[in-house]
Write a protein that binds this ligand. Sequence first.
Ligand code: SF4
Ligand code: SF4
Ligand code: FES
Length: 286
Amino acid sequence: MTVTPLGIPRRLLEFTLDGEPVRAPEGSTILDACRAAGKDVPTLCEGDTLTPKNACRVCVVEVEGSRTLVPACSRRAEPGMEVRTGTERARHSRKVVLELLASSVDLSTTPRVAGWLKEYEAKPDRFGPDAARVDEEPRVDNDLYVRDYGKCILCYKCVDACGDQWQNTFAISVAGRGFDARIAVEHDAPLTDSACVYCGNCIEVCPTGALSFKSEFDMRAAGTWDESRQSETTTVCAYCGVGCNLTLHVQDNEIVKVTSPHDNPVTHGNLCIKGRFGYQHVQNRD
Ligand code: SF4
Ligand code: SF4
Ligand code: FES
Protein backbone atom coordinates (compact mmCIF):
# COMPACT_ATOMS: atom_id res chain seq x y z
CA MET A 1 0.00 0.00 0.00
CA THR A 2 1.30 3.44 -0.87
CA VAL A 3 1.15 5.94 1.99
CA THR A 4 1.11 9.60 1.02
CA PRO A 5 2.23 11.91 3.87
CA LEU A 6 -0.29 14.73 4.17
CA GLY A 7 1.74 16.91 6.54
CA ILE A 8 0.37 19.08 9.30
CA PRO A 9 -2.60 21.25 8.21
CA ARG A 10 -1.57 24.91 8.08
CA ARG A 11 -3.69 28.01 8.50
CA LEU A 12 -3.88 30.36 5.53
CA LEU A 13 -2.60 33.91 5.99
CA GLU A 14 -4.06 36.80 4.05
CA PHE A 15 -1.95 39.71 2.88
CA THR A 16 -1.46 41.99 -0.11
CA LEU A 17 1.01 41.31 -2.90
CA ASP A 18 1.43 44.11 -5.44
CA GLY A 19 -2.02 45.41 -4.53
CA GLU A 20 -3.76 42.03 -4.93
CA PRO A 21 -5.08 40.04 -1.96
CA VAL A 22 -3.30 36.66 -1.65
CA ARG A 23 -3.45 33.73 0.74
CA ALA A 24 -0.43 31.66 1.73
CA PRO A 25 0.00 28.79 4.23
CA GLU A 26 1.30 29.89 7.63
CA GLY A 27 5.11 29.69 7.67
CA SER A 28 5.47 30.59 3.99
CA THR A 29 8.10 33.10 3.00
CA ILE A 30 7.28 36.11 0.83
CA LEU A 31 9.21 34.30 -1.91
CA ASP A 32 6.94 31.23 -1.60
CA ALA A 33 3.92 33.50 -2.03
CA CYS A 34 5.50 35.31 -5.00
CA ARG A 35 6.23 32.01 -6.72
CA ALA A 36 2.71 30.73 -6.04
CA ALA A 37 1.36 33.93 -7.60
CA GLY A 38 3.62 33.50 -10.66
CA LYS A 39 5.85 36.50 -9.85
CA ASP A 40 9.50 36.26 -10.83
CA VAL A 41 11.70 37.52 -8.01
CA PRO A 42 15.41 36.84 -8.76
CA THR A 43 17.29 34.67 -6.25
CA LEU A 44 20.88 33.49 -6.07
CA CYS A 45 21.74 32.38 -2.55
CA GLU A 46 18.32 30.90 -1.74
CA GLY A 47 18.30 27.12 -1.54
CA ASP A 48 15.05 25.20 -1.27
CA THR A 49 16.63 22.56 1.00
CA LEU A 50 18.63 24.91 3.23
CA THR A 51 17.99 27.60 5.85
CA PRO A 52 18.14 31.02 4.13
CA LYS A 53 21.51 32.71 4.54
CA ASN A 54 20.54 36.17 3.23
CA ALA A 55 23.90 36.47 1.51
CA CYS A 56 23.14 37.98 -1.90
CA ARG A 57 20.16 40.33 -1.33
CA VAL A 58 19.10 40.10 -4.94
CA CYS A 59 15.59 39.04 -3.87
CA VAL A 60 14.68 42.23 -1.98
CA VAL A 61 11.11 43.58 -1.97
CA GLU A 62 9.35 46.49 -0.23
CA VAL A 63 7.14 45.88 2.79
CA GLU A 64 4.88 48.71 3.92
CA GLY A 65 6.14 50.14 7.20
CA SER A 66 9.61 48.64 6.88
CA ARG A 67 12.42 51.20 6.73
CA THR A 68 14.70 48.89 4.71
CA LEU A 69 14.08 46.55 1.81
CA VAL A 70 13.50 42.99 3.00
CA PRO A 71 14.83 39.72 1.54
CA ALA A 72 11.85 37.79 0.16
CA CYS A 73 13.63 34.44 0.54
CA SER A 74 13.76 34.56 4.32
CA ARG A 75 11.05 36.97 5.53
CA ARG A 76 7.94 35.05 6.54
CA ALA A 77 4.63 36.34 5.28
CA GLU A 78 2.45 37.88 7.99
CA PRO A 79 -1.28 38.60 8.00
CA GLY A 80 -2.09 42.07 6.72
CA MET A 81 1.35 42.68 5.24
CA GLU A 82 1.56 44.90 2.16
CA VAL A 83 4.32 43.68 -0.13
CA ARG A 84 5.48 45.30 -3.36
CA THR A 85 7.91 43.39 -5.56
CA GLY A 86 8.59 45.68 -8.52
CA THR A 87 9.03 49.20 -7.09
CA GLU A 88 11.76 51.46 -8.40
CA ARG A 89 13.65 51.15 -5.12
CA ALA A 90 13.60 47.33 -5.16
CA ARG A 91 14.53 47.15 -8.83
CA HIS A 92 17.40 49.61 -8.38
CA SER A 93 18.76 47.62 -5.45
CA ARG A 94 18.63 44.37 -7.46
CA LYS A 95 20.38 46.07 -10.35
CA VAL A 96 23.26 47.22 -8.13
CA VAL A 97 23.58 43.81 -6.47
CA LEU A 98 23.71 42.11 -9.86
CA GLU A 99 26.32 44.60 -11.07
CA LEU A 100 28.51 44.09 -8.02
CA LEU A 101 28.29 40.30 -8.20
CA ALA A 102 28.72 40.01 -11.96
CA SER A 103 31.72 42.35 -11.91
CA SER A 104 33.51 40.41 -9.17
CA VAL A 105 32.80 36.78 -10.13
CA ASP A 106 32.19 34.79 -13.31
CA LEU A 107 28.44 34.17 -13.57
CA SER A 108 28.57 32.60 -17.03
CA THR A 109 27.30 29.24 -15.74
CA THR A 110 24.74 30.65 -13.28
CA PRO A 111 21.25 29.81 -14.53
CA ARG A 112 19.05 32.77 -15.46
CA VAL A 113 21.55 35.49 -14.56
CA ALA A 114 22.05 36.68 -18.15
CA GLY A 115 18.29 37.34 -18.38
CA TRP A 116 18.23 39.27 -15.10
CA LEU A 117 21.22 41.42 -16.09
CA LYS A 118 19.29 42.39 -19.19
CA GLU A 119 15.98 42.88 -17.42
CA TYR A 120 17.50 45.17 -14.75
CA GLU A 121 19.85 46.89 -17.24
CA ALA A 122 22.79 46.02 -15.01
CA LYS A 123 26.21 47.06 -16.32
CA PRO A 124 28.91 45.07 -14.51
CA ASP A 125 31.59 46.42 -16.88
CA ARG A 126 31.50 49.83 -15.26
CA PHE A 127 33.78 48.61 -12.44
CA GLY A 128 36.52 47.58 -14.89
CA PRO A 129 38.48 44.32 -15.16
CA ASP A 130 40.24 44.79 -11.80
CA ALA A 131 37.01 44.09 -9.91
CA ALA A 132 37.53 40.29 -10.15
CA ARG A 133 37.54 38.98 -6.58
CA VAL A 134 39.37 35.69 -7.11
CA ASP A 135 41.72 35.42 -10.03
CA GLU A 136 42.89 31.83 -10.13
CA GLU A 137 42.61 28.68 -12.24
CA PRO A 138 39.92 26.09 -11.37
CA ARG A 139 41.14 23.46 -8.93
CA VAL A 140 41.06 20.02 -10.56
CA ASP A 141 42.56 17.76 -7.93
CA ASN A 142 40.34 14.67 -8.19
CA ASP A 143 38.29 12.78 -10.78
CA LEU A 144 34.86 13.61 -9.37
CA TYR A 145 34.41 17.34 -8.95
CA VAL A 146 36.04 20.66 -9.70
CA ARG A 147 36.25 23.84 -7.60
CA ASP A 148 36.29 27.06 -9.56
CA TYR A 149 36.25 29.81 -6.96
CA GLY A 150 36.31 32.48 -9.64
CA LYS A 151 32.57 31.71 -9.85
CA CYS A 152 31.90 31.68 -6.10
CA ILE A 153 29.46 34.27 -4.71
CA LEU A 154 30.17 33.25 -1.09
CA CYS A 155 26.60 32.17 -0.45
CA TYR A 156 27.79 29.47 2.03
CA LYS A 157 25.28 26.95 0.71
CA CYS A 158 28.04 24.36 0.19
CA VAL A 159 29.29 24.95 3.76
CA ASP A 160 25.79 24.44 5.16
CA ALA A 161 25.21 21.32 3.04
CA CYS A 162 28.57 19.83 4.04
CA GLY A 163 28.10 20.86 7.69
CA ASP A 164 25.31 20.76 10.22
CA GLN A 165 22.39 21.14 7.83
CA TRP A 166 22.93 17.85 5.95
CA GLN A 167 26.17 15.92 5.62
CA ASN A 168 27.85 16.63 8.98
CA THR A 169 31.28 16.11 7.41
CA PHE A 170 32.50 19.72 7.79
CA ALA A 171 35.13 19.31 5.05
CA ILE A 172 34.63 22.82 3.64
CA SER A 173 34.27 26.12 5.44
CA VAL A 174 34.97 29.80 5.10
CA ALA A 175 38.61 30.83 5.39
CA GLY A 176 39.85 34.42 5.74
CA ARG A 177 37.89 37.55 6.56
CA GLY A 178 36.46 40.53 4.73
CA PHE A 179 37.69 40.82 1.13
CA ASP A 180 39.92 37.75 1.67
CA ALA A 181 37.01 35.48 2.72
CA ARG A 182 36.75 32.39 0.57
CA ILE A 183 35.53 28.80 0.63
CA ALA A 184 38.34 26.36 1.40
CA VAL A 185 39.18 23.02 2.95
CA GLU A 186 41.41 22.85 6.01
CA HIS A 187 44.79 24.54 5.41
CA ASP A 188 43.67 25.25 1.84
CA ALA A 189 44.78 21.70 0.99
CA PRO A 190 43.80 19.64 -2.05
CA LEU A 191 40.37 18.10 -1.65
CA THR A 192 41.97 14.65 -1.61
CA ASP A 193 43.72 15.55 1.68
CA SER A 194 40.55 16.79 3.33
CA ALA A 195 37.71 15.12 5.20
CA CYS A 196 35.54 15.22 2.04
CA VAL A 197 33.56 12.01 1.46
CA TYR A 198 32.62 13.00 -2.13
CA CYS A 199 28.87 12.87 -1.60
CA GLY A 200 28.60 15.80 -4.03
CA ASN A 201 25.85 17.40 -1.93
CA CYS A 202 27.75 20.69 -2.18
CA ILE A 203 27.57 20.56 -5.99
CA GLU A 204 23.84 19.90 -5.71
CA VAL A 205 23.27 23.23 -3.93
CA CYS A 206 25.91 25.47 -5.57
CA PRO A 207 23.99 28.10 -7.58
CA THR A 208 26.81 29.28 -9.85
CA GLY A 209 28.73 26.21 -11.01
CA ALA A 210 31.68 27.15 -8.77
CA LEU A 211 31.43 23.51 -7.73
CA SER A 212 30.77 21.27 -10.69
CA PHE A 213 30.96 17.67 -11.84
CA LYS A 214 34.29 16.84 -13.50
CA SER A 215 32.26 15.31 -16.33
CA GLU A 216 30.45 18.62 -16.91
CA PHE A 217 33.66 20.65 -16.52
CA ASP A 218 35.46 18.52 -19.14
CA MET A 219 32.55 18.65 -21.56
CA ARG A 220 32.24 22.44 -21.22
CA ALA A 221 35.98 22.76 -21.87
CA ALA A 222 35.61 20.58 -24.98
CA GLY A 223 32.54 22.55 -26.11
CA THR A 224 30.32 19.46 -26.03
CA TRP A 225 28.12 20.29 -23.01
CA ASP A 226 24.61 20.91 -24.37
CA GLU A 227 21.69 20.93 -21.93
CA SER A 228 19.21 21.26 -24.80
CA ARG A 229 20.24 17.74 -25.87
CA GLN A 230 19.97 16.25 -22.37
CA SER A 231 17.11 14.27 -20.90
CA GLU A 232 16.44 13.66 -17.20
CA THR A 233 15.17 10.38 -15.81
CA THR A 234 14.52 9.80 -12.13
CA THR A 235 15.11 6.28 -10.86
CA VAL A 236 16.00 4.49 -7.63
CA CYS A 237 19.59 3.89 -6.57
CA ALA A 238 20.28 0.16 -6.44
CA TYR A 239 23.46 0.22 -4.36
CA CYS A 240 21.92 -0.16 -0.90
CA GLY A 241 18.62 -0.43 0.92
CA VAL A 242 18.10 3.29 1.56
CA GLY A 243 16.58 3.63 -1.90
CA CYS A 244 17.55 7.22 -2.71
CA ASN A 245 16.11 8.77 -5.87
CA LEU A 246 18.64 9.51 -8.60
CA THR A 247 18.02 11.85 -11.54
CA LEU A 248 20.17 10.73 -14.45
CA HIS A 249 21.13 13.49 -16.88
CA VAL A 250 21.76 11.81 -20.24
CA GLN A 251 23.30 13.31 -23.36
CA ASP A 252 23.92 11.22 -26.49
CA ASN A 253 23.01 8.04 -24.59
CA GLU A 254 25.68 8.67 -21.90
CA ILE A 255 25.05 9.66 -18.28
CA VAL A 256 26.76 13.05 -17.87
CA LYS A 257 25.83 13.77 -14.25
CA VAL A 258 23.55 12.58 -11.43
CA THR A 259 21.42 14.84 -9.26
CA SER A 260 18.58 14.04 -6.87
CA PRO A 261 15.04 15.46 -6.46
CA HIS A 262 14.91 18.11 -3.75
CA ASP A 263 11.28 17.35 -2.93
CA ASN A 264 12.05 13.79 -1.82
CA PRO A 265 10.94 13.77 1.85
CA VAL A 266 13.74 11.40 2.92
CA THR A 267 16.84 12.58 1.06
CA HIS A 268 16.03 16.19 0.07
CA GLY A 269 18.44 16.07 -2.88
CA ASN A 270 21.29 14.49 -0.93
CA LEU A 271 23.15 11.35 -2.01
CA CYS A 272 26.33 9.44 -1.15
CA ILE A 273 29.38 8.96 -3.39
CA LYS A 274 28.02 5.72 -4.89
CA GLY A 275 24.69 7.11 -5.98
CA ARG A 276 26.14 10.44 -7.17
CA PHE A 277 29.26 9.28 -8.98
CA GLY A 278 29.16 5.48 -9.33
CA TYR A 279 27.43 5.15 -12.69
CA GLN A 280 30.34 4.19 -14.97
CA HIS A 281 29.42 0.47 -14.95
CA VAL A 282 26.09 1.35 -16.57
CA GLN A 283 27.82 2.63 -19.68
CA ASN A 284 30.65 0.08 -19.77
CA ARG A 285 29.61 -1.70 -22.93
CA ASP A 286 32.76 -3.81 -23.46
S1 SF4 B 1 31.16 27.34 -3.88
FE1 SF4 B 1 29.02 27.60 -4.64
S2 SF4 B 1 27.71 26.99 -2.89
FE2 SF4 B 1 29.78 27.36 -2.09
S3 SF4 B 1 29.76 29.49 -1.38
FE3 SF4 B 1 30.56 29.48 -3.48
S4 SF4 B 1 28.78 29.82 -4.80
FE4 SF4 B 1 27.99 29.25 -2.79
S1 SF4 C 1 22.84 7.10 -2.86
FE1 SF4 C 1 24.10 6.01 -1.34
S2 SF4 C 1 22.80 5.89 0.53
FE2 SF4 C 1 21.43 6.40 -1.22
S3 SF4 C 1 20.67 4.37 -1.93
FE3 SF4 C 1 22.50 4.87 -3.17
S4 SF4 C 1 24.20 3.88 -2.08
FE4 SF4 C 1 22.47 3.97 -0.64
S1 FES D 1 18.13 35.00 -2.57
FE1 FES D 1 17.40 36.13 -0.90
S2 FES D 1 19.18 37.00 0.01
FE2 FES D 1 19.95 35.79 -1.67
